[in-house]
Design a protein around this ligand. Structure first.
Ligand code: SAH
Ligand code: SF4
Ligand code: F3S
Length: 434
């Protein structure tokens, strides 16, 4: 028997990359690889990268620089770069860092086994095509390994929205949905392997159109026995249709949490961002969602310091945040991305952008803490995911996605527990089984 080769994967960026890394690990499993969590022990290092902001992309090159000496120590080591930097920069990566053997873009992962064989024969391999076949059909999982209770499931990929700041339409290509039958098949398979909660993923997941709408897909998934919870992310405000809002009122397995990025509260900036919604239309939409599911916890994304953002524009963003009351929100300083339309526009003074980011984050943290505090004394349900750090403690997520520590419990992993919250900590809730 040949000894297995060891694969070290490091994943950057969004949840879709997490999902893709799992699929790539499975595909390379077929080539005799087993996972290792030590880069210095690996026969292949695979960086699954993100191009969304300059910092994210630059991190990859510094990481590659750190990994280069490992190649001198182990001549068998191959270094691979996947993900959105691979797609955006292609062969440039090998020029900048010659230690890299393999570069593969997100739509070509099913070709990874062939590419691996090629690099083992001493050649380099590059593939950043957008092939017509469905990569996931060719990335079938190997025998039924047990899975953690919460899993991601990509249902839609790519984006046709072309927000003026964003690289995703270029790195992931145009919007493609996986057929609903495939998604259901994968969900059933996940359930057999111990999964109880799926988060449906797509860059614009609510634009899903794989033979049915996202609402239709959610209703079909809700019928899968053993699947207890459904979530989806990320949604675009313009694709939040009535049927999806109704699903939040009617489908019990659909969790009351919604990530709905708005980016800015200023219509002037939203227009320049090419977002095609206004602050008012967004607020009205949230009103309708809350009418359907009053307890829903909202989450969002914001960019501050978008080109030509004034103090008044920024104040409008703060106003919007005050109005919505977010349970979670992610805010980023604008990062100019080569090739995107906004990259041509004059930048905001970085010191001003920094100050705005701090103010926005302070407001968001305040709201987050308030909502977290409001959970004390309430009864929640928690999907148990793993043991906690203290004896007798288990951790999992509430329906609202809060991290919850259940104290003094024998609750098993993969079960949904009814708990009462006794304390709100900074980043988690503490609870006891009812
Ligand atoms: N498809 C999702 C999110 C994609 S990227 C959506 O439409 O919302 C995740 C987040 O990164 C975005 O919501 C945005 O807030 C942020 N982002 C994207 N491009 C950026 C840039 N150039 N600079 C700073 N933040 C950016
Ligand atoms: Fe990027 Fe906009 Fe598409 Fe989201 S909707 S992925 S922000 S272009
Ligand atoms: Fe980053 Fe690509 Fe995801 S740019 S956020 S890894 S889609």
């Amino acid at each position: 028997m040949t000894t297995p080769k060891k694969l070290f994967i490091k994943t950057y960026g969004c949840q879709m990359n997490v999902y893709d890394s799992e699929r790539m690990a499975e595909a390379l499993g077929g080539q005799g690889y087993v996972a290792t969590d030590r880069a210095d022990d690996a026969d292949m290092i695979l960086l699954n990268t993100c191009h969304i902001r300059e910092k994210a992309a630059e991190k990859v090159y510094s990481e590659l620089g750190r990994m280069k000496p490992l190649k001198e120590a182990n001549p068998n080591l191959k270094i691979a770069v996947a993900g959105c930097v691979a797609q955006a920069e292609g062969a440039e990566i090998m020029r900048r860092q010659p230690a890299v053997d393999l570069v593969v873009g997100p739509q070509s992962y099913h070709r990874l086994p062939e590419m691996e064989a090629k690099v083992r024969s001493g050649q380099s391999a590059l593939d950043t095509d957008f092939p017509p076949e469905d990569k996931f059909d060719h990335l079938k999982s190997r025998p039924k390994a047990r899975r953690a209770p919460a899993a991601f499931l990509t249902v839609q990929e790519g984006c046709d929205k072309f927000c003026a700041f964003c690289v995703v339409p270029y790195t992931r290509g145009s919007e493609v949905s996986r057929p609903a039958a495939r998604v259901l098949e994968e969900a059933r398979d996940l359930v057999e392997r111990g999964v109880r909660e799926v988060t449906l993923l797509g860059q614009n997941v609510n634009a899903y159109h794989g033979g049915t709408t996202l609402a239709g897909l959610i209703r079909d998934l809700a019928k899968v026995d053993g699947l207890e919870r459904i979530r989806y992310t990320t949604s675009h405000p313009n694709d939040m249709d009535d049927a999806l809002i109704a699903a939040h009122a009617e489908v019990e397995k659909l969790m009351p949490y919604l990530h709905l990025p708005v980016q800015s509260g200023s219509d002037r900036i939203l227009k320049r961002m090419n977002r095609s919604h206004t602050a008012e239309s967004y607020l009205k939409l949230i009103e309708r969602i809350r009418a359907a599911r009053p307890d829903i916890v909202m989450s969002g994304d914001f960019i501050v310091g978008f080109p030509e953002e004034t103090d008044a524009d920024f104040e409008a963003t703060l106003d919007l945040v005050r109005e919505v009351r977010y349970g979670y929100a992610y805010s980023f300083k604008y990062s100019s991305r080569p090739g995107t339309p906004a990259a041509e526009r004059p930048l905001v003074d970085p010191a001003v952008a920094d100050e705005r980011l701090q103010r926005l984050q302070a407001l968001i943290t305040e709201q987050q803490q308030e909502i977290q505090q409001s959970m004390v004394g309430r009864d929640l349900s928690v999907l148990v995911e793993k043991p906690g750090r203290l004896a007798g403690q288990m951790v999992g997520k509430s329906e609202y996605l809060h991290a919850v520590h259940i104290e003094d419990t024998t609750a098993e992993i993969g079960t949904v527990q009814k708990v009462r919250v006794v304390e709100a900590k900074r980043n988690s809730l503490s609870a006891v089984v009812r």
